[in-house]
Ligand binder design. Structure first.
Ligand SMILES: [Cu+2]
Length: 118
């Protein structure tokens, strides 16, 4: 019985997070810049498909750390492409339509983050 309740609590929590409730570290208020750190190392990338909530028009900065240069695709409409260099590169971007936008490395064939734009 106790176990069933625990599972129900976890489910409720997951649903709340999916709906955009309270999984943010940032305080509510004027929309600041959303910084997303992306690290390429040893043929992998971090994060790895994680969902990140942003607002329509919110300034976003992808801070990319990499051992070699490469390219990031942002599957917004229209699509945006960014190149980063060896070391740390900061890529500013905004999404002006609501929806889920994949940010991908085609070199690794990997979704880095999915921007949940609302
Ligand atoms: Cu792409």
């Amino acid at each position: 019985m106790r176990r069933v309740l625990a599972i129900a609590a976890v489910l409720a929590c997951t649903l709340a997070a999916a709906a955009g409730c309270g999984d943010d570290d940032e305080p509510e208020g004027p929309v600041g810049t959303k910084t997303i750190e992306i690290t390429f190392a040893d043929g992998t990338v971090t994060p790895n498909g994680e969902r990140v909530e942003v607002k329509v028009g919110q300034p976003i900065e992808l801070v990319v750390k990499a051992e070699q240069e490469g390219e990031i695709h942002v599957h917004s409409t229209p699509e945006q492409e960014f190149t980063y260099s060896e070391g740390t590169t900061t890529l500013p971007l905004t999404i002006d339509k609501a929806g889920v936008v994949d940010v991908e490395s085609h070199d690794l064939e990997q979704v880095i983050v999915q921007l949940e734009v609302e």
